[in-house]
Ligand binder design. Structure first.
Ligand SMILES: Nc1ncnc2c1ncn2[C@@H]1O[C@H](COP(=O)(O)OP(=O)(O)OP(=O)(O)O)[C@@H](O)[C@H]1O
Length: 268
């Protein structure tokens, strides 16, 4: 494939740059009542490679969400840089979709209305709305639910709507903060599989937060591991063939290795 053809494919997939987003020396402190200033991100480095599935893994309260919020621009870091293709970038320069632990749908709007709301906020021309709603609801297996209201959907269906809503704005990078942690394991497994199918087909870049080691190993190309001192102490590649199976012994073995590394961090 020529460079021009590659650029066309990248552009069609919503990945305009093909370049790695590089976070360097990100520092964030918070003022906490009774505790004074706490260091939540201690000179954290993170590479978000275009087209990769990347997980941020760490115990509760270690700063995973804070780091996602820095990438998305919801919070301003105290220090550090974000660069791509040799240039400084800000969250405003990035094409991002954010999916949270709770679906955060508007209950007074239909499923389609929720997606329209996001499309309008991103200035997507109205002429494209119907096509996008149909396409992305179909992608998450909710083609018939456009006129339904969120309160009439199960937890798993609501999270599917949240995924469709984020996809519909056609972001380059999807930020997902423990999106399946409030679901039962059977539903979560189905959704992880669907997410991988979409990621594979649409060639999205996904930055995924979890404290579930098995989930991180099953999903990811590589995993960043954080400790409760605000440090990113390791980056580990997951070289297991795809499609992956939950009962693959390689997954169990990698999970055990990563667990051991976490344990050593806590004990040391
Ligand atoms: N706006 C804020 N003001 C003060 N402290 C904050 C604020 N946001 C987060 N923190 C603190 O920063 C630390 C890291 O929080 P963060 O939500 O990033 O952790 P996390 O790894 O995502 O946790 P969890 O897995 O439980 O969601 C915690 O001690 C939290 O109390």
């Amino acid at each position: 494939m020529t460079a021009a053809e590659e650029a066309t494919v990248a552009s069609e997939n919503g990945d305009e740059s093909g370049e790695t987003l590089e976070l360097r020396n990100i520092v964030k402190t918070f003022q906490k009542p009774g505790q004074g200033q706490i260091l939540v991100l201690d000179e954290v480095d993170l590479d978000v490679e275009a087209g990769a599935f990347i997980s941020l893994l760490g115990p509760s309260g270690c700063g995973k969400t804070t780091l996602m919020n820095v990438v998305s621009g919801l919070i301003e870091p105290d220090g550090g840089t974000m660069r791509r293709g040799g240039r400084d970038v800000s969250p405003d320069d990035l094409s991002l979709g954010y999916i949270f632990q709770e679906p955060r749908l508007l209950n007074w709007k239909t499923v389609a209305g929720n997606i329209e709301f996001a499309l309008e906020a991103r200035d997507v021309p109205e002429a494209e709305w119907d096509e996008r709603i149909e396409r992305y609801l179909e992608m998450v297996n909710l083609a018939d639910e456009g006129d339904n209201y969120p309160t009439r959907l199960s937890g798993g269906m609501k999270q599917r709507v949240a995924i469709a809503r984020a996809l519909a704005t056609e972001p380059e990078i999807m930020l997902m903060d423990e999106p399946f942690s409030s679901l039962d394991e059977i539903t979560a497994r189905d959704l992880r599989q669907e997410l991988l199918d979409i990621w594979n087909r649409e060639e999205k870049t996904i930055l995924f937060v979890t404290h579930d080691i098995n989930e991180a190993v099953f999903l990811s190309d590589y995993i960043y591991m954080m400790n409760t001192d605000g440090e990113m102490f390791a980056r580990r590649d997951i070289d297991i063939d795809r499609p992956r199976q939950y009962d693959d012994p390689d997954i169990a073995q990698r999970e055990a290795e990563l667990y051991k590394e976490f344990h050593e961090q806590v004990v040391d």
